[in-house]
Design a binder for this molecule. Structure first.
Ligand code: NAI
Ligand code: ISE
Length: 338
């Protein structure tokens, strides 16, 4: 079966996911496109999916009889309405992060999916599909004893003017928030944020760098540096320290050069290249599950927990230095970990 997919939001990542479905992955085709800016949808249609129909309203795309599954790649604040529409139509949907911009919004999605009675939503936390993180998880699960501490960093070379301090959490740290829960099979109980000296490269509205300190229910302490004007590259680091040893996230493969009395190797500069394979694998997983009318991978519950944890981190930014507790409601049985 070829899964007929509709894509809502044809900006940067919507275009890239359309390319994946049309040119890289088997088992699906993009038959519908929609964007708040119809020109953006038409441009993607012309470049990548000439057979797709362009819809003015995302809701009409979701309802279309020839759309089996939906990719939601629009601006974060619009995700909730489209995910709820997909659930109401009983169609599998892949939603880019964040699932919703408020914890209340994410909970409405969880409630709707639980009422539907089976999984329909996959959240775009692609790091769980990254080969390096998968190797790291294997080492954490079997090689280093009980995990005690995590030291991590999320560095971007620069960010635009519209990137403000809370986005370091909602837009950037949210990947760590999700992947550490998965890596450690654990949940957070508190967050704290402290601000080192500000980089001279950071613009007025962003405090950069920041250090986020998280504590988990099992007592693991995590420190994450978020530095979004680091200049030198896009660099994701993660080290898990356990009772018996420690495990590092591998750096992406790169040629090493010995030249003119120097040992050199390249560092990536763009997140799209760093995680290119994991985007392919997560969408492959989505297509396989959607063909069966269901969803796999990161759940609405994961999106909801990420939203609760993000809100606590933003509060911790505002109360810099103070420890903000995080408490989660009981997880519905639909999301029991396999
Ligand atoms: N998993 C990941 O690593 C990444 C995830 N993202 C997420 O993907 C989403 C999109 O990000 P980008 O593509 O970078 O943004 P973008 O700004 O390039 O594209 C967003 C598109 O959504 C459209 N849009 C806005 N309101 C809409 C509405 N009501 N209905 C339909 N379309 C609407 C805009 O016109 C625009 O074309 C965000 O939620 C972002 O956080 C983005 C980059 C990486
Ligand atoms: O999701 C992403 C962006 O939206 C965000 O702005 C970057 O900081 C992240 O590294 C990238 O993965």
């Amino acid at each position: 079966m070829t899964v007929r997919i509709g894509v809502i939001g044809t900006g940067m990542i919507g275009r890239d996911h359309t390319r994946r479905i049309q040119q890289v992955l088997a088992g699906a085709e993009v038959v519908a496109l929609s964007d708040y800016n119809p020109e953006a949808a038409r441009a993607v249609q012309a470049d990548l999916a000439p057979g797709a129909k362009v819809y003015e309203r995302g809701e009409d795309l979701v309802a279309a009889g020839d759309v089996d599954a939906v990719l939601i790649c629009s601006t974060g604040s619009t995700h909730e309405q489209y995910v709820l529409a997909a659930i109401a139509a009983g169609k599998p949907c892949f939603c880019e992060k964040p699932l919703a911009t408020t914890a209340e919004g994410a909970l409405r999605i969880v409630d709707a999916e639980v009422a539907h009675g089976s999984r329909l939503v996959q959240v775009g936390f692609m790091r769980r599909y990254d080969a390096g993180y998968r190797m790291l998880k294997q080492a954490v699960d079997s090689e280093i004893g009980a995990p005690l501490m995590v030291h991590a960093a999320h560095r971007n070379p620069s960010v635009p003017e519209q990137y403000v301090t809370p986005m370091a959490i909602h837009d950037t740290l949210i990947h760590e928030i999700d992947v550490f829960r998965w890596l450690l099979d654990d949940d957070y109980i508190s967050a704290q944020v402290v601000f080192p000296r500000k980089s001279g490269h950071a613009h007025d509205k962003v405090a950069d760098p920041q250090i986020v300190l998280l504590e988990t229910a099992k007592g693991v302490r995590i420190d994450v540096e978020i530095f979004v004007n680091c200049r030198y590259g896009y660099d994701i680091q993660c080290q898990v320290v356990g009772e018996e040893g420690l495990a590092n996230l591998p750096d992406p493969m790169a040629v090493t050069l010995r030249r003119e009395a120097r040992l050199q190797s390249g560092i990536m500069t763009d997140w799209k290249d760093r995680f290119i394979d994991s985007y392919d694998v997560e969408l492959h997983d989505f297509i396989i599950a959607a063909a069966k009318g269901t969803a796999a991978g990161p759940t609405s519950w994961d999106g909801y927990v990420a939203a609760i944890s993000s809100d606590a981190c933003v509060e911790a930014q505002q109360k810099s230095g103070q420890i903000v507790p995080i408490s989660l409601p009981d997880r519905p049985a639909l999301y029991d970990r396999g």
